[in-house]
Design a protein around this ligand. Structure first.
Ligand code: AHM
Ligand code: MG
Length: 343
């Protein structure tokens, strides 16, 4: 029988390969694992504990907060802010960044987090998730953090990942040397390495988009989706959960493209660059996939606001490239924009 590897062992082993790094990133990733187990426990007993439903408050995006949103946000804040490695946290659920250690003067890292993604699915027992991104602070230690510490391009990420609270609970992360997935064994409360070196399959067969948005998005995007529909019988399947983490994870395993396009009335779409798009773009690229917005590579985008939104097209390289070709074809109608049928 092969040896099982826990998340803790894996993180320590990886750190040992980089003799000059301090233990702070190890501590931080370990803390994320701990916080996610607490959130997972609450997600699993949400119906019993009476914490389903809206909390009565609204977040910065003017959306009603679910009780579990608040719980998840508070849990990650509480655990990450006392670990010593985090200087500041930007959360989708909080208007302003949270300053940790000595008002942000200590702690090497900045965390950007969507504590509970897909919250509209909480009340109906459908998969939800947490997405996180870790950056190194820009201002020197000992100085107060500035806005620039939080507004860094995705290419500066030190690590990113997600936790999927699904039929089983998984933590998937990258530190820039591939993507690894861990499954929580609820009996022992431990994450075990279950999906080493994750990559997108060579060809994707799934397209994931909110169909109701199609008459609100650009003509080339509509044509691309129409192309997926036309070849669906032979090749494509439509799958859309409405929880980005779950849609992304399924597409990573089975191959596919997820789209949340720019809309005529909302040119930046819906998803948040720092909490959703950039961290999953890092994972996608590390798994051999691609992530674009309307202007190119998501990882290159330098944010101007903490809660900035972005159009998002992520998944298998061949499909994201076909999508990109469909956008270029607007300028050159002779180009074939329909995803090609395969044998
Ligand atoms: P949330 O972070 O408030 O849950 O919003 C993001 C979610 C994504 O998980 C999901 O893919 C998308 O919003 C679904 O949006 P829509 O209902 O417009 O299709
Ligand atoms: Mg979200």
């Amino acid at each position: 029988m092969s040896k099982t590897i826990t998340l803790g062992e894996f993180i320590m082993d990886r750190q040992a390969a980089f003799p000059f790094v301090s233990g702070q990133l190890t501590r931080l990733l370990t803390d994320i694992g701990v916080a996610s187990k607490i959130v997972n426990h609450q997600v699993n007993r949400a119906g019993l504990a009476g914490i389903l439903g809206e909390s009565g408050s609204v977040n910065i995006q003017d959306e009603a907060q679910q009780k579990l949103d608040v719980f998840a946000d508070q849990t990650f804040m509480r655990i990450l802010s006392v670990g010593g490695s985090v200087a500041g946290i930007g959360s989708e659920e909080q208007e302003d960044p949270i300053l940790c250690g000595d008002e942000g003067k200590t702690g090497k890292y900045i965390v950007l987090i969507d504590p509970l993604d897909g919250s509209s699915n909480v009340d109906v027992n459908v998969s939800i998730g947490t997405i996180f991104s870790i950056q190194r602070r820009k201002t020197p230690m000992g100085e107060p953090l500035t806005e620039q510490d939080f507004l860094q391009a995705g290419t500066h990420q030190i690590a990113s990942g997600y936790i999927l609270y699904g039929s089983s609970t998984m933590l998937v992360y990258t530190t820039g040397t591939g993507v690894n997935g861990f499954t929580l064994d609820p009996a022992v409360g431990e994450f075990f390495l279950s999906h080493p070196a994750m990559t997108f399959p060579e060809k994707g067969r799934i397209y994931s988009v909110n169909d109701a948005l199609l008459d609100k998005c650009s003509e080339p995007t509509r044509i691309f989706v129409e192309g997926c529909r036309q070849t669906r019988g032979a090749r494509f399947r439509a799958r859309y959960i409405g929880s980005l983490v779950a849609d992304f994870h399924r597409n990573l395993i089975h191959g596919g493209i997820y789209l949340y396009p720019s809309l005529i009335k909302k040119p930046n779409g819906k998803l948040r660059l720092l909490y959703e798009c950039a961290p999953l773009a890092f994972i996608a690229e590390q798994a051999g996939g691609m992530a674009l917005d309307d202007d190119g590579r998501v990882m290159d985008r330098i944010p101007t606001e903490l809660h900035q939104r972005s159009p998002y097209y992520v998944g298998n390289k061949n499909l994201v490239q076909a999508f990109m070709a469909s956008q270029l074809a607007e300028k050159n109608p002779a180009m074939n924009t329909v995803p090609q049928r395969e044998n």
